[in-house]
Structure formats: C-alpha cells, structure tokens
Ligand binder design. Structure first.
Ligand SMILES: NC(=O)CC[C@H](N)C(=O)O
Length: 447
C-alpha cells in the first residue's frame, strides 16, 4: 500500500456507500443509452499535480452527452471571444429542464450554453479552419482536455440522430429568431456527434481538472484554453451546469458541475482538483443519482464547498517580531531590541496573502521604527501581490518609516521605496538569520 492510497480509499468509500442506491433509471429517450449497465459506478479524481485516483468502473467507456457542453463552450470562447459568443448565447440560468423550448424574450438567444438550445448554438459557432472542419476541431480540443485522443460512439450517435426530433425542432426555432449562424440540420448533426464522443470517468476527471488548473491539462501540462476562458466556463457551470437543479446544487455541493444523460458527472474545485463520476441511473433533472449523492457527500466530508474559505488564517505571515528575538541573532545586538521589527512571510503570495503581509508591516516593530520584510521562505509572488507590496512599501516609507527587504530569490524586483534590499548579492552560504540580522543592523545603524 502506498500513502496516496488513502485518497483512493476515500473514493472507494464513497462508491461503497452509494452503490446500493437503487433510485433512478438510465435514459431511454436515446434508445442506445438504455442498454447501459445500471450497476456500473466509477469515480475518479485528478489533482493539480496530475495525480490520478479512481475507484470502481472508472475505465468503462460511455458517451459524453451534455458533459461535452462546457468544453465546446470553452472552444467557442477561445475561437471567437466572450463578446461575440455572447451575441448568440446568454449566461443566465434558465430554471428549466435541459431540453426546454426556451429562448430569451427580446434577444431570442438561448439562456445559456449548458441547456440544449444554447449548446446547439455554441457548437454551430465553432468555425471550420482551413485544415480542420469544425467537428474535428471539437474532437481534438476535447481530446486535449482529456489528455488522449477520443473517438465517437457511432451507435449512440445514430440512435440519438434517429430519435432527436426535439433537438431538431429546437434548432429550427432558434433559426427562426435569427440566433443560429448555420443550417439547423447540420448544427444538430454536429451537436449529436459531440454528445456521442466516448470517454471514461478518468478522462472526465482530467477534463474537469484542466478547467480547475486554469486551462492547463495537469497530466500532459498542455495549455488547452486560457485562464480567462476556463474561469468563464466554470462561472457558467456554477450557475447553469445542473439545469433547474443548479441553485440547489451550488447550495449543497458548492462546486461548478455538469451532468449528462449517459450518467457522467463532473465537478471542479478551482485550483484544487477535478472529479468525475459515472453511474447511468438518472434523477428527474437528467443527472446521475449516485453521482449526485456521492459528490454531495464528498463535498461535505472534505469541506470542498467553494464558499467555505479554504485559506487557513495565519498561514502567510510566520513571524512578526523584533530582530532581537530571532533565534540566532548575533550576541551583542541587544541594542536592536525594540528598535527594528521583522515580518517573515512564507509560501505563495497572492492578493489575500499580500494583505496579511501589509497589515503585519504596520503592526510590526516599535511605533514608527524600521522593519525588515523577510521573504526568504516565500515561494512565489503573483503580479497582483507584487504591485500591492510595492505600493504598500511606498506608503509605509512615505511617512518616514524605513524598511529593508530580504529577497534572495528576487521575487519582488527593485522597490523604489526601499534602498536596503538583499537580493542576489547575498553570499551563497548566508543563512536567513544572517540576512535578516544584517539588514536589521543596517537599519538600526542609520538611527
Ligand atoms: N442532458 C443531456 O445530457 C442531454 C444530451 C443529449 N444528447 C440531448 O441532447 O438530449
């Protein structure tokens, strides 16, 4: 057994807990889907390091159906941009079933890209390129999300095509309002094909993880779409991904998600993980009964709800003290006591963490005294936080306070307000304490 089997155990535990649920039935309005094994139940999770975990029937192939919608929406956004796509399809929850005949009054646009009407439009928006017809682009793009080449289940495609009059009717209706850019029959044919693309739960979890990872597939490391596109898709999944059950899902599970009538379900923990389940019996909204139950339990058990703040308080600033308190402060520096403050930060600094650091600067050291900002244990500073730290240090020093920065990795860059900056000039063997004490001494010496 490996240590990471503990993660697999959590998935297996969920499978065991909900495998006995007998409610729901596989979809049968697409005859081929009614043949699915109602007992098949797979779960998969992919981390931001690309580690994959699974339990049960996670390698059993099934068709994407509506789980294709967010990924084709991502492709349309990448190809045309948000403004152009929004001319054709909205981003409001419809509060209606996935196949509802509903178009926005006034604009005639489908409410969003997660219901059939909107998905037919999004699919139609994907332009052919000189070397790739639109459907091949869709297939290849979804393959990049999954990290492997995908194919179409021709039997499911033919089955849906033979019975898909409601979707055809929808497409004609949309065409009549002027919001379908291509021929309705072609649009629906392409849409049925995209719904019949074959995946496994592991593929779906990887696709979800790619959205979680800002558009980069964490397994292959390939950038599939931009971070902005991934964020936009997650926003629409959060508000519309579960159709008329979207509000309740966001309330109880708290993760952007998308269900499909073949029994696939994905949920995304932004910057944390992608998770997927496969179990064909469906509830009244056309979502997987066991998948729904398992993801709700998983979210509660592991505290995954987006609106629960995952940042642990105090995890950014590790030390707010006077230099004299440093464990290895050289002897004979009692003179520094109460004269120089030290703020030590650690980890990755983003907007939230930068606020903690700036607040700590104000709190540290004696009233009006100098402060050393120690970034030795900081691993990264994003561009927003860098701007905030520069601005904060400028304000800090504008009132006559003095600051020095220990920044051996040169993460902060030159700071106008701070003359004393220890960057690459630091001797290679210098310890963190040497560096901080050195800066503190320098600051005290100027008093
Ligand atoms: N909710 C779904 O998965 C619906 C997809 C299916 N292909 C349809 O259009 O009816």
């Amino acid at each position: 057994m490996s240590a990471a089997d503990a993660v697999t155990d959590s998935l297996a535990g969920l499978r065991e807990r909900f495998a006995a649920v007998r409610e729901g039935r596989p979809a049968d309005y697409i005859p081929q889907l009614a043949l699915a094994d109602p007992d098949a139940f797979g779960l998969a999770l992919v981390s931001m390091d690309g580690h994959r975990y699974s339990a049960g029937e996670a390698e059993v192939p099934f068709t994407l159906q509506s789980v294709s919608k967010p990924f084709v929406y991502a492709l349309a956004l990448s190809a045309l941009g948000l403004d152009e796509v929004s001319r054709w399809v909205g981003a409001e929850p419809s509060g209606e079933a996935f196949n509802a005949i509903s178009l926005e009054p006034g604009t005639g646009r489908p409410a969003n890209a997660m219901v059939n009407a909107g998905a037919i439009v999004t699919t139609a928006l994907v332009p052919d390129t000189p070397d790739e017809p639109a459907f091949d682009r869709i297939l290849h793009c979804l393959g990049r999300f999954a990290g492997r080449g995908l194919d179409v289940d021709e039997e499911v495609f033919a089955s849906e095509s033979a019975t898909g009059d409601r979707n055809r009717a929808l497409a004609y209706l949309i065409r009549s309002t002027g919001t379908l850019p291509v021929d309705p029959v072609r649009a629906v044919d392409r849409y049925f094909r995209q719904c019949a693309i074959r995946v496994t739960a592991v593929d779906l979890a990887t696709m979800a993880a790619t959205l979680a990872y800002g558009g980069v597939n964490p397994v292959t490391r390939e950038r599939v779409v931009s971070a902005e596109v991934a964020a936009g898709v997650l926003a629409v999944m959060a508000t519309c991904g579960m159709y008329d059950g979207s509000g309740d899902w966001l309330l109880r599970v708290g993760l952007p998600a998308k269900s499909g009538v073949s029994g696939g379900l994905i949920a995304v923990g932004p910057a944390r993980f992608g998770v997927a389940t496969y179990s064909p019996p469906l509830d009244a909204t056309g979502g997987s009964v066991r998948g729904h139950a398992a993801l709700e339990a998983m979210s509660r058990r592991y505290g995954l709800h987006l609106m629960l703040n995952p940042a642990l308080p105090g995890s950014t600033v590790t030390l707010v003290t006077t230099a004299d308190d440093l464990p290895s402060a050289p002897s004979g520096e009692r003179g520094l006591r109460g004269r120089v403050g030290v703020v030590a930060a650690q980890g990755a600094i983003d907007f939230t963490a930068a606020e903690r650091v700036l607040y700590a600067l104000d709190e540290s050291g004696p009233d009006g005294g100098p402060v050393v900002l120690d970034l030795h244990d900081v691993t990264a500073i994003d561009s927003v936080a860098r701007g905030m730290l520069h601005n904060g240090l400028a304000r800090f020093t504008a009132d006559g306070r003095r600051a020095a920065v220990v920044d051996p990795k040169d993460l902060l860059g030159p700071v106008d307000a701070v003359r004393e900056r220890t960057g690459r000039d630091l001797p290679r063997h210098a310890t963190r304490e040497d560096a901080v004490a050195g800066r503190a001494r320098a600051l005290a010496g100027e008093d």
